[in-house]
Ligand binder design. Structure first.
Ligand SMILES: CC(C)(COP(=O)(O)OP(=O)(O)OC[C@H]1O[C@@H](n2cnc3c(N)ncnc32)[C@H](O)[C@@H]1OP(=O)(O)O)[C@@H](O)C(=O)NCCC(=O)NCCSC(=O)CCS(=O)O
Length: 389
């Protein structure tokens, strides 16, 4: 019996996880340190992801994808994150960008864009955040103004995952300044269109194999590019993020598994003061806490994914999964560095990289504070309604 709980997977999820495990071992792990050091987008990994089917596993089979369940997707993300968190982030970005179109696109839009990204191994990036509208997207300043039977999109989107490497953006924009979420619409925009430019790539502390850019827009799109009408798009973005947050929970678990495994291996063989590190209570008890939270986090993430696959709303349980797993991963990487001591503090070191990569999981796709805000509002609504009933 292993110390960390292992999810019982269906045949479908197990076969996807096996593909990811092989890819992680053969391709991702050997390159991970170099990609991080050079802050390089790993095109060879992306190619391997597409060749293995993982690059489009979340796209329904009717559009040429793998038709995978969210459980299978999470199993893959976890496996990839253990070897190279950045590459797991690239796969998560591929999925997040396609979700609004899959959920709300017309048949014609899906036929055009979803089929194209599968056939040409392209991707769509999710362009929601702005400098002053990350946690509070209803405050976005990018405008969509009617022009010549279409829309002129003007503004700047910030920290866009996959920016400069994608074929399309799903751009969320305000059609009526001052109207807040009631005016926000969503459009699909070609990355090569006139007036679409990706600015400087961010220089990041972690997840350095992923790209995040500012996307500068002053471009015209036809009416048929609208994915969600004014008033419908913020909800659509949040629905996509509900799925994204479960994926980040799985990614956090993958990072935590890598840190825990490395630390436990070292603590079980390294001796100080005549004892293995793990037999010193200060270390053994900490590793026990990490193992316990890791088992709990995996149960939470897999059960949330299973709930989604069976058609349940995962807005709240997904927020809990992201919050719990990302913060549990924070502790796991912290203890990982501590167990390795000086060797964990200098480069190149696996735990040093994990320590930096992990931090993003508490920030992107909704910070821990946003998850707590979502949960606090839900507690208020549920128990205030009970009071009034
Ligand atoms: C803070 C928020 C949860 C909510 O903000 P608001 O107070 O502005 O809006 P609400 O009135 O609560 O909700 C508006 C509307 O949406 C519906 N809603 C709310 N939450 C959800 C949900 N989780 N799922 C589905 N629908 C939801 C709500 O019922 C309302 O509907 P009606 O209009 O009444 O019909 C929200 O602003 C929030 O989550 N903020 C965080 C945003 C975020 O995660 N940003 C990260 C950016 S994306 C990213 O990081 C990707 C980077 S990448 O790699 O490219």
């Amino acid at each position: 019996m292993a110390i960390i709980w292992d999810p019982p997977l269906t045949e479908e999820a197990r076969s996807w996880r096996d593909i990811a495990r092989r890819l992680a071992h053969d391709q991702l792990a050997p390159l991970a340190a170099e990609i991080d050091r050079d802050q390089r987008y790993p095109h060879e990994n992306v190619q391997a992801l597409h060749e293995s089917g993982i690059g489009s596993m979340f796209i329904p089979k009717e559009y040429g994808g793998g038709g995978a369940s969210l459980v299978a997707f999470c199993a893959v993300i976890e496996e990839l994150a253990r070897a190279c968190a950045s590459t797991s982030g690239i796969v998560a970005t591929l999925q997040l960008g396609a979700l609004p179109l899959l959920r709300a696109g017309t048949c014609a839009q899906k036929d055009t864009y979803i089929r194209s990204i599968v056939a040409r191994r392209e991707s769509i990036s999710f362009a929601l955040s702005e400098r002053e509208a990350g946690s509070d997207p209803s405050n976005m300043q990018t405008l969509a103004v009617p022009e010549n039977g279409g829309w002129r999109l003007r503004g700047e989107k910030r920290w866009i995952g996959g920016g400069g490497e994608c074929a399309y953006y799903v751009v969320f924009a305000q059609t009526e300044p001052g109207k807040g979420r009631a005016g926000i619409a969503a459009f699909i925009v070609s990355a090569n269109a006139d007036g679409v430019r990706d600015d400087a790539r961010e220089d990041k502390m972690g997840m350095r194999g992923t790209v995040n850019t500012t996307v500068v827009l002053d471009t015209w799109v036809p009416d048929e590019s609208m994915i969600a009408a004014p008033g419908k798009a913020l909800k659509l973005a949040l629905e996509a993020l509900n799925v994204g947050r479960v994926v980040v929970a799985a990614q956090s678990n993958g990072i935590a598994l890598a840190a825990f495994t490395a630390a436990a291996r070292r603590a079980a063989v390294r001796t100080t003061f005549g004892q293995h590190l793990v037999d010193h209570q200060g270390i053994g008890f900490k590793l026990s806490d990490v193992a316990t939270r890791l088992s709990a986090g995996r149960m939470l993430a897999y059960e949330t994914a299973r709930s989604f696959d069976t058609g349940q709303d995962v807005a709240l349980i997904g927020a809990q999964a992201k919050l719990f797993c990302s913060e549990a991963a924070h502790d796991a990487v912290d203890i990982g560095v501590q167990v390795f001591g000086g060797e964990g503090f200098v480069k190149p070191s696996l735990v040093e990289r994990l320590y930096r990569d992990q931090r993003a999981t508490e920030i992107y796709e909704g910070t821990s504070e946003i998850q707590r805000l979502v949960l606090a509002r839900a507690i208020h609504a549920e128990f205030n309604n009970e009071e009034q009933a």
